[in-house]
Design a binder for this molecule. Structure first.
Ligand code: TRP
Ligand code: SF4
Length: 400
């Protein structure tokens, strides 16, 4: 079942990624490939909502980021990896959703006023910036994704996406010819199952028998029929119809917050990041210079790991024995900070090895990267086109 369920997520193109991107998002994206049909995209139009004056952030940034995605372990044979602007259907759905999207919903998105405040040096009183959560909704809904792996800050966007889907289905929900299509789908269940499904539906709709609807859902879940028919029959069973757009759920994962080298949030713009493909020598130097417990001035002063960003790295990179060694050694001034950092450096260097190996073919042959992304864009477009056909038809635009 879940192999049919779709995951979608996107990232703005920011060039080479740092280890915070890996531990905060990519690692999880890679894992989800085992369980779902995954769609991952470069959100280049999103980057323009805040960097419209500086399109130089595109171009190389897009390709550098993609090299790190594949280096991290995204598998082009299992995941569909594409670039948003190469699937123009996203813009079409964004436009069509805009017709009925209440302004208040967009103005109420918490990041909206926040970001305008925070990014004071930029003029963000633009139509594009107000609209970007709706563009995100279109990104998700066009793939009928069930789950969207994102960080905490993005949850309000997913909630709004659900509201947008619900509103759309409410306004345009009833698929033309729904009854006929549902009956045809019932037949596909096969004689006995079809009969049982019809009985269960009657028991639910006429007698409100909750066990019947449960049994009906179970029957659908195990039936080998196309996804569209399964959705239709789910609606037929409930007494609604086939939902045209699917309400997605955010999929939060417990991700450790990796501190930057100065103890603040890791970010390339703060200059405190360690890149995934950082040169080993540069990586070693950076971590050796990293901020430690400010109260530990001299080697003989005891320290407190809880006040030290290096300890946060140990939590991600070290085993139990090493962690005990750090806690005791730090608090008793038994170890020095450089000594304490060495296991972290070793673990980071080891972690880089497979990333580098997997990235190398793409660095050697940029054409390979282009081809894989071409293929991903084409596959993404096929799915997007399928949704758009239903959306156009539902909105009275089906004349072709
Ligand atoms: N807005 C997201 C961010 O800034 C990126 C993004 C765009 C996204 N569209 C998406 C994430 C769709 C998940 C799903 O990080
Ligand atoms: Fe931080 Fe380790 Fe130094 Fe303690 S010994 S202050 S945990 S770097």
């Amino acid at each position: 079942m879940s192999q049919q369920e779709r995951i979608l997520s996107g990232m703005r193109p920011t060039g080479s990624l740092h280890i915070g991107h890996y531990h905060g998002a990519l690692k999880n994206w890679v894992r989800l490939q085992d369980e779902f049909r995954c769609f991952y995209f470069v959100a280049d139009w999103h980057a323009l909502t805040t960097h419209y004056e500086d399109p130089s952030v595109m171009g190389a940034s897009v390709w550098d980021m993609l090299v790190d995605w594949f280096g991290a372990g995204l598998d082009p044979n299992r995941s569909t990896v594409f670039i948003q602007s190469r699937v123009p259907e996203h813009a079409e759905l964004f436009l069509l959703l805009a017709m009925s999207a209440p302004l208040g919903w967009l103005e109420r998105v918490p990041t909206y006023k926040d970001q305008i405040e925070k990014l004071k040096d930029k003029d963000l009183s633009t139509y594009g910036f107000l609209g970007y959560p709706l563009m995100q909704a279109a990104d998700i809904l066009i793939y009928r994704a069930r789950y969207v792996p994102v960080g905490e800050d993005q949850v309000p966007h997913i909630e709004m996406t659900r509201e947008i889907a619900r509103r759309f289905n409410h306004l345009y929900g009833r698929e033309p010819g729904f009854e006929d299509k549902a009956l045809a789908a019932t037949k596909k269940l096969g004689g006995k199952a079809a009969k049982r499904f019809a009985e269960l539906r009657t028991r639910w709709q006429q007698e409100g028998d909750a066990a019947a609807i449960e049994a009906g859902r179970a029957l659908l879940a195990s039936a080998s029929i196309p996804r569209e028919d399964r959705e239709r029959l789910a609606g037929y069973l409930e007494g609604t119809s086939r939902a045209i757009l699917v309400e997605p759920a955010a999929r939060l994962t417990e991700t450790p917050k990796l501190p930057g080298l100065d103890g603040n949030k890791m970010s390339k713009s703060y200059g405190n990041a360690v890149l995934m493909r950082e040169e080993p020598k540069a990586l070693t130097d950076k971590v050796r210079k990293m901020t430690t417990d400010p109260a530990r001035v001299k080697r003989t002063d005891p320290g407190e790991p809880e006040r030290c960003p290096v300890w946060q790295l140990h939590k991600v990179y070290s085993n139990e024995d090493t962690k005990v060694w750090v806690q005791q050694g730090c608090r008793s001034a038994g170890i020095g900070c450089l000594e304490c950092k060495q296991p972290v450096i070793d673990a980071m260097l080891a972690e880089q090895v497979p990333w580098r190996e997997r990235a190398q073919p793409y660095l050697d042959r940029p054409q390979l990267l282009r081809e894989i992304v071409d293929d991903g864009c084409a596959r993404a477009r096929q799915v997007a086109e399928e949704t758009m056909r239903d959306v156009r038809e539902a909105m009275g635009l089906g004349y072709r």
